[in-house]
Design a protein around this ligand. Structure first.
Ligand SMILES: Cc1ncc(COP(=O)(O)O)c(C=O)c1O
Length: 406
């Protein structure tokens, strides 16, 4: 039976339409260049080297399904309830064990679960950055971090990098008054470069001497093609390093689960900031991920991801060797998801992208990855979601376009 109320319209008129007055902060928000490009590159005819998405072939769907089933049937009431802000205790314990080394024990109190490590960047910005604060970043750096920190209006200072990543000695003259240094030591997004062990030590020592908080963002560290992860800077100085980890690249990004390991005074502040943002990360997700990882599943799963990515990376490097003209240089990553290309200086990668898309190939121009003074002749290629034959086809098209510009 239809309710009588349904027949009376409850809608009111708007005689005075709202003139939205956004906060200064909101007015300055900008969409990430990558997200914009992704909208175009989702067209199936495009060979896209643009995305930073992990390969869906690696998602452990059956394993996750079984874990959801188990958690919901055995502990459904807890899984569907609100939970603590710092996260699901057994998962925090598992992470603390995973991050511990024989001479550096990490305790669960240092761990805060977050809704993707991207949230950690926002929370860190919220608790560490004031308007005009000095923030040190690599040149280039992860675009999503620049975007997250920008909301808090810092003054970015670019730290020098070379073929071996960040140059530790270059922070000496920059550190005075800086709130933090944001670093990506493993298979950096966007360059694919890694920091050597010697540089890690030097960086940690320099930051400790200068009293500079060092953020170690590490979503790709486990994806070392040789299978030998490099030592974490966290374990060299857990009192001065803020470590960010993620399940996005080793399980699946759709679950939005990451974590921060930070010194206790900071982790408490981050927890308060998270409480205000979203109360806590989904209980069900955390319980499911704990169910998946607790008995060593990652030890068998991660090697399958490494093998897939290593093959596709090699296919791309071989194709570039064949198709790219002299004068173009690129990185040779030993893990992770990205290759960084430097074109001859006169070629603007953003203009090249327009031609590439018309020829059905996409990549991300390098400029948005720079906090200051972009190198417009750079670009980022991702090989993880494209099978080898399509990689060869796409690189041949790109090589032809580059040659035409030279
Ligand atoms: C360097 C880096 N940090 C953080 C993130 C965010 O990852 P998530 O929020 O999925 O954990 C990404 C995603 O691509 C990344 O490349």
């Amino acid at each position: 039976m239809r309710s009588f109320l349904c027949e009376i319209s409850m809608k009111i008129e708007n005689p005075n339409p709202i003139q939205w007055q956004f906060s200064e902060r909101a007015s300055q928000l900008q969409s990430s260049a990558i997200r914009e490009i992704l909208k175009i590159t989702q067209r199936p005819e495009i060979i896209s080297f643009a995305g930073g998405l992990p390969s869906p072939l690696t998602f452990p769907v059956e394993r996750m399904k079984a874990a959801y089933d188990k958690v919901l049937s055995e502990t459904g009431k807890q899984a569907l309830q609100y939970g603590p802000t710092d996260g699901y205790a057994p998962l925090r314990e598992w992470i603390a064990g995973y991050l511990s080394t024989p001479d550096c024990k990490i305790v669960p109190e240092q761990i805060l679960m977050v809704s993707g490590s991207q949230q950690a960047l926002d929370l860190l910005g919220k608790v560490l950055i004031d308007e005009g604060s000095k923030v040190l970043v690599e040149t280039p750096s992860y675009l999503g971090a620049l975007q997250a920190f920008s909301v808090y209006r810092p003054e970015f200072h670019s730290v020098e990098t070379d073929d071996h990543g960040l140059v530790p000695s270059s922070i000496e003259g920059l550190a005075e008054g800086a709130r933090l240094l944001y670093s990506l030591p493993n298979f950096q997004n966007p360059t694919g470069r890694s920091l050597s062990i010697e540089r890690r030590r030097e960086l940690v020592e320099t930051c400790a001497r200068l009293g500079l908080p060092l953020i170690e963002d590490d979503p790709y560290g486990a994806l070392s093609y040789k299978g030998e992860p490099m030592p974490r800077m966290l374990n060299m100085n857990p009192d001065g390093v803020i470590y960010m980890g993620s399940f996005s690249k080793v399980l699946t990004p759709g679950i939005r689960l990451g974590y921060v390991c930070a010194p206790l005074p900071l982790v408490r502040r981050l927890e308060l900031a998270k409480q205000a943002a979203d109360l806590h990360t989904a209980t069900l997700t955390q319980m499911v991920v704990h169910e998946v990882v607790k008995d060593g599943f990652l030890n068998e799963h991660i090697p399958t991801i490494r093998t897939l990515y290593a093959n596709q990376c090699q296919a791309m490097l071989d194709a570039m060797e064949e198709q790219f003209p002299a004068g173009v240089t690129w990185t040779r990553p030993e893990g992770g998801m990205f290759i960084w290309v430097e074109l001859p200086k006169q070629i603007d990668a953003t203009k090249l992208l327009d031609q590439a898309i018309a020829a059905r190939v996409a990549f991300v121009p390098g400029a948005p990855f720079y906090a200051n003074d972009p190198d417009t002749h750079t670009l980022r290629l991702s090989f993880v979601t494209v099978p080898p034959e399509r990689i060869r086809e796409g690189i041949a098209i790109l090589g032809k376009l580059i040659k035409e510009q030279m």
